[in-house]
Design a protein around this ligand. Structure first.
Ligand code: THU
Length: 138
């Protein structure tokens, strides 16, 4: 993925972060997915007084994409604290990424820090043994 596109996705994730609803943890997270329809969908974490109902920024972005009629993404970016390590996705989000990534072997997940640093990993690197649709079809 070219640098310019990566920077655009980081900017979108940063804008998503502005909407974070995180009154309990105080930890704001933003995400952006580039859908295979060419559109960028942003997301933020959305917490709840019943803590376990919290939804992460990555899933918010992916579910927005799916709810708009696009079920595959070509790239995903997440941004939280100062370093890329602050924005590594949780296991639930990694499983959901595996469902909607166009190709888990190649789709980049960009872990961005607010100072402009970022790391890129494929979905498969982050989540090597996803539970997939074909397993239900045996
Ligand atoms: N969170 C995300 O939104 N994405 C992640 O990758 C990890 C955690 C949120 C959930 C919760 O609102 C807050 O960060 C603290 O766990």
């Amino acid at each position: 993925m070219e640098e310019k596109k990566i920077r655009q996705l980081i900017d979108a994730a940063r804008a998503g972060r502005e909407m974070a609803y995180a009154p309990y943890s105080g930890f704001a997270v933003g995400a952006a997915v580039l859908g295979c329809d060419g559109k960028v969908y942003t997301g933020c974490n959305i917490e709840n007084a019943s803590y376990g109902l919290t939804v992460c920024a990555e899933r918010t972005a992916m579910f927005k994409m799916v709810s708009e009629g696009c079920t595959k993404f070509a790239a995903l970016c997440v941004i939280a604290g100062e370093t890329p390590a602050d924005s590594t996705p949780c296991g639930s989000c990694r499983q959901v990424m595996s469902e909607f990534a166009e190709d888990v072997r190649t789709v980049p997940v960009i872990l961005a820090g607010r100072n402009g640093e970022y790391e890129v990993h494929t979905v498969l690197e982050l989540y090597p043994a996803p539970f997939m649709k074909f397993e239900l079809e045996q």
